[in-house]
Write a protein that binds this ligand. Sequence first.
Ligand code: ADP
Ligand code: MG
Ligand code: ZN
Length: 563
Amino acid sequence: MEETGPARNDSQSIDGHVKADRKKRGRKVSRDVEMDIEYLHKAVPQLSKVFRITDKIGEGTFSSVYLGEAQLMDGKREKFALKHLIPTSHPVRIAAELQCLTVAGGRENVMGVTYCFRKDDHVVIVMPYMKHQPFVDILGSLSFEEVRLYIYHLLKALRHIHQFGIIHRDIKPTNFLYNRQEKTFALVDFGLAQGTVNTQIELLKVVKQRTTQRGVGSTGKKAPQAQPPPRATRLPLSTPPQHPTTITAPQPSSSSSSSSTSVKPLAKRAATLTSTNRTKRTKELSGLCRTPRAVFGERNLNSCTPAPAKSADTKIELVKPSKTEDPATRAFVSVIRRPLSTRTPASSQKQPRTPAVNLGLTCSCYMTDRVCNVCMSRKQQVAPRAGTPGFRAPEVLTKCPNQGTAIDIWSAGVILLSLLTGRYPFFKANDDLIALAQIMTIRGSRETTQAAKEFGKAVMCSCELPRQDLRTLCETLRGRSSPDDEAMPLHPPNIDIANPQEPPTEEPGGRNAEENVPEPQDEEGWDQVPEEAYDLLDRLLDLNPATRITAQQALHHPLFTGF
Ligand code: ADP
Ligand code: MG
Ligand code: ZN
């Protein structure tokens, strides 16, 4: 964090500054990015007095991040990351994100905040800029030592925020910046954070209360709210000293409609949406579009449609064929929201299978591999589920209401799985049940069912999926060993295995063929991955949050001896 803070620089007018900057930089940013920068300057004109905004460095659904340069009081120029939140973000949510950064940030691998600008419903969080390499770009060239370092520093950041009672809820590589040259790390993006019961972040208590009251989980970010905000949410900002030490959270537009997702389009709102749509195409900036293929493709586990039952290589039956179009019948895995004890299989067997939505009839799907219409029409259980499906812990995927910091640890485990296999994203699913099915493929279906039972959820899987040996799995996916049929880590007919590091000539199912196995790289330490690495992976990916290792414990794991 800067001692001096950004100084004023009145030399730039809003109009024309983009062109001037482009000249100075001597390289082109796309016209889209130029327009976005211009839009930002118009939305928050104060920025122009402090920053020369030169590029867009990140873009998600809920924010765009820009690179800005400011001249400090001492004359030095310094780079900043300017996070422009979408104007529909809830004020409390924004304030909570800022409070996480101010209270916990700036040390222990957690990003800090320098300043915050606001005009109307536009908020820009200014952070020190951290140069970093997109995860996908470096994944294939990381040495094992670097992987060890990376995961250690991630756990350090997690220990730190967990000590404050912050659950990040969106741990994934794009939120953990890594500067490879300088070996520095920074956890960013508290836009989905929630508090534990004892959280020290006051506003996270508010976020929690609000979400509990509203019964929508922590969807404040994922589904921009258009609700009346508290009249003035004040957040103490610690820096810089020469500026006011409080900010008032912005009031969302007064044009709230009853719809939860639509806010009446003001002129500027329309501009925002246009901007967002346009910049979607420039997503490569955030590295998201460069992601190689996932280990799993959704179709593998959800190929509901008339899968030829006689297909020679189909070993497991995913679903019972159904005549209806009911999407529920496609479910590969089903989660029963009521505890097992409240079910009586005998009585459910008697129920007719015909749809009986909203007639007060009882469920007919118990102990079957489908979800009946009665269950489909039930109210959703209220539980936080924000985050990215492929990184969600089993207790999140099954909507367990009691979620804690262990969910971040699971996500760290998924990152380690990517690091050890060289595959990113490892799990890819748009749907929670598909994500759960993918987890079962690695961790075992019986094990998953058992863990779910322990946290109060009944999960059923239509077939048995054995738990994989993690070393075999990682070495196979990395291309270090060719599995014999017995030790095949994944079921070929159902799991689409693609190796992003491989030339495109490789066929997904061709791993058995000798010529398709990549040459093992004995350098970089990958020939001697210690057992401790897989042990830590196993503990991070503990299906049961109650027994899952904590960040504090993980930092003392034998894998990190000597750190
Ligand atoms: P979102 O909520 O939209 O995901 P993030 O806070 O995760 O926003 O930021 C999006 C991206 O912007 C990050 O993945 C990263 O590439 C970049 N970014 C964010 N903060 C910084 C920073 N302080 N320095 C450099 N890049 C950053
Ligand atoms: Mg992010
Ligand atoms: Zn049912």
